[in-house]
Design a protein around this ligand. Structure first.
Ligand code: SF4
Ligand code: SF4
Length: 107
């Protein structure tokens, strides 16, 4: 599976409008602060393509099961400090990420 079209679509629809996108044209977050959008892009695409629903919550539920459950930032009790402080770009922009991936599929 070629994930590059999805990566490009997400960058254009989400990252280019994100507060953490740098003037050099890439995400400014690196190392331990690297965003889930970059870290988990392939899993995120698989999540979105496995759900067909008018309700974004259905996508969020599967994201929590397949991505957040394995993310080092989520505690065993399911809480995530980054998410609760709106510091996870993936969570913050997830509705737009879903749109970008579904639009890429329609092309
Ligand atoms: S923080 Fe996430 S959403 Fe924002 S530019 Fe970086 S990868 Fe994209
Ligand atoms: S919301 Fe938390 S657990 Fe989910 S990807 Fe973001 S940082 Fe990881």
């Amino acid at each position: 599976m070629d994930y590059e079209p999805y990566r490009r679509a997400v960058r254009k629809k989400v990252c280019e409008h994100c507060v953490d996108f740098s003037e050099e044209g890439r995400c400014a977050l690196t190392g331990e602060y690297q965003c889930g959008v970059e870290l988990y892009l392939e899993k995120i695409v698989d999540v979105v393509r496995s759900v067909h629903s008018p309700h974004v919550q259905d996508y969020v539920t599967r994201l929590r099961e397949r991505v957040c459950a394995f993310c080092k930032n989520q505690n065993p009790d399911g809480a995530c400090r980054l998410r609760s402080e709106a510091d996870c770009g993936l969570d913050r922009y997830f509705a737009l990420v879903v749109e970008a991936i579904e639009e890429a599929d329609m092309k």
